[in-house]
Design a binder for this molecule. Structure first.
Ligand code: XMP
Length: 521
């Protein structure tokens, strides 16, 4: 596992979050970082030797399956309890500590889900001393701890959980049945911070400055006096990766911007303005729109379109690469959630397809530089802002690698791209004007391949509709259609009709994901 560390290695106190249930583990890891302590997620099967090698300041066991009594429920290598590293168990994690160290977990009569009132017992111990009692906490469990491990003190209870918190500070053992990582737990942040500061003696060290310093040093060490190349897509990840790499190796970084003709309005110009002029980055801008459109002629099937765009992107990237033939490194904006999801536990030296740069082939012979590999999305945005990237890039909504091609149904022509780009710019600008841009995960226009009859003035029209899609989401895996105010929708609709030639109707997509997807294709 030590070579699995995605991040800045020994430069920071690290807290390891043992993953017994992925959605909890990621949230806990983010909360730890909000307390300015570096965190890493490790699998439930992690061994004591692996933990010891990492020399963490603390270990947190995440929530997970319904019960420690379920057949096949994951456990922790018991030798980890003897390493002398402070351990905090949360929900399932707390039950596991009780079960493995001689306490007991019994079935609850009805479980405890949602908000509960928790009463602090005695002085509240390390985690709860001085906090209000009762206090609201968020619960989600069926079983409940009946007895804490011998030597531990019970420090809180709710009606359904006689042991809502326990601790044995001498042994460095802490358990909470509630979820300190969710916002509904009023003092969750305090509990987390007390564990980190008082039990683990960790941080605060994971600050914006130290993150940037560590990333810059790591890029310098990796690239040495070599040259690197970086594809810029206009999205926030590649932009921040490029800005960090530029801070690290300056003129030895060349950025490549492929203008595919399928970018959003003003996107290519803004990237050129920011990186070329403002940061003074060596920037190659390739205008490849003609090649993209000619290759897309007559192609209507969604997967075929994606394939064509991917191939054209590679061609363009190779042309740009020829201008810096001695570049041996490729900078990519891979984020920590990508690392976790792909199950990649070691730095991969072969290139993997990454949607932000359109999917590069396996035979481009580069060593990857991934300065964002340890960061969550909100940290990437904060780093970008700190490095001086404009708000428009830092808070930009996600945009698919194949660009507008996936939002034009049917054949992708220069005219269709212009129509859609124009409508899309209106949709986004009205959303921004309403102050809703940051609440909405994605908002954009789609151009379906149909025509309908309309009437404008005295004239009958036969034009294309534009569909507006706006969704709320936290990770794009699921999404809901955004309940946009009617006046915002009205402003979008009337401007699209008035300003975009050939469009005579606007519709709003009111489908969630699932069953639909976010994009139309
Ligand atoms: P769907 O349409 O599957 O999209 O609900 C989920 C998220 O992924 C984005 N998306 C892509 N991003 N390359 C990308 O970089 C792609 O080919 C691609 N296709 C979809 C989409 O915008 C949404 O955020």
């Amino acid at each position: 596992m030590s070579e699995a560390a995605p991040g800045p290695g020994g430069a920071f106190d690290a807290v390891l979050v043992v993953d017994f249930g992925a959605q909890y583990a990621q949230l806990i890891a983010r909360r730890v970082r909000e307390c300015e302590v570096y965190s890493e997620i490790v699998p439930a099967a992690v061994t004591a030797a692996e933990v010891a090698a990492r020399r963490p300041a603390g270990v947190i066991l995440s929530g997970g399956p319904a019960s420690v009594h379920v057949e096949g429920a994951p456990t922790l290598d018991p030798a980890i309890y003897d390493l002398g590293v402070p351990i905090l168990g949360i929900c399932y994690g707390a039950q596991l500590i009780a079960e493995q160290l001689g306490g007991s977990v019994g079935p609850n009569e009805r479980g405890e889900y949602g908000r509960a009132e928790m009463t602090v017992a005695g002085d509240g111990g390390t985690l709860l001393a001085g906090l209000p009692s009762p206090q609201p906490v968020w619960m989600s469990h069926f079983d409940a701890i009946a007895e804490p491990p011998p030597g531990a003190t019970v420090t809180a209870a709710t009606e359904a959980s006689p042991v809502a918190a326990f601790e044995n500070p001498e042994r460095g053992l802490f358990g909470v049945q509630f979820h300190p990582e969710v916002e509904h737990t009023a003092h969750g942040h305090d509990v987390m911070e007390r564990f980190l500061r008082w039990a683990c003696r960790a941080g605060p060290s994971w600050s914006m400055h130290s993150i940037i310093d560590a990333a810059v040093t790591s890029v310098q060490n990796q690239v040495g006096d070599g040259r690197a190349i970086c594809g810029l897509s206009g999205g926030v990840d590649s932009a921040v990766a490029a800005a960090l790499a530029h801070k690290a190796i300056g003129a030895r970084l060349t950025c490549v911007l492929v203008d595919t003709g399928l970018l959003r309005e003003g996107e290519a110009d803004q990237v050129e303005e920011t990186f070329g002029r403002h940061f003074g980055v060596d920037l190659v801008r390739l205008d490849a729109a003609a090649e993209f459109f000619s290759a897309l002629e007559g192609v209507t099937e969604p997967e075929a379109k994606r394939k064509v765009v991917g191939e054209q992107f590679i061609r363009a990237f190779e042309r740009a690469r020829n201008r810096v033939p001695d570049a041996a490194f490729l900078v990519q904006g891979t984020l920590y959630p990508d690392v976790i999801e792909s199950g990649a536990t070691t730095h991969s030296s072969t290139i993997k397809s990454h949607h932000n740069v359109g999917g590069l082939p396996d035979d481009l012979d580069f060593e990857l530089v991934e300065p964002l590999r340890a960061l969550f999305k909100d940290e990437v945005r904060a780093v970008g802002a700190e490095l001086g990237l404009p708000d428009e890039i830092v808070h930009r909504q996600p945009f698919p690698g194949p660009g507008l091609a996936v939002r034009i149904i049917g054949e992708v022509t220069p005219e269709a791209a212009d129509t859609l780009r124009h409508a899309d710019a209106i949709v986004r600008s009205e959303l921004r004007a309403a102050g809703l841009e940051r609440e909405i995960w994605q908002s954009f226009a789609v151009l379906p391949d149909i025509r309908t009859v309309g009437v404008m003035g005295d004239e009958r029209t036969y034009g294309r509709p534009v569909v507006i899609r706006a969704v709320t989401s936290s990770d794009a895996m699921t999404a809901d259609w955004a309940r946009l105010p009617h006046d915002v929708l009205e402003a979008m609709s009337s401007r699209v009709i008035a300003e975009v030639p050939g469009v005579n109707r606007v519709a709003y997509d009111i489908t969630s994901k699932p069953p639909a997807t976010i994009e139309w294709e």
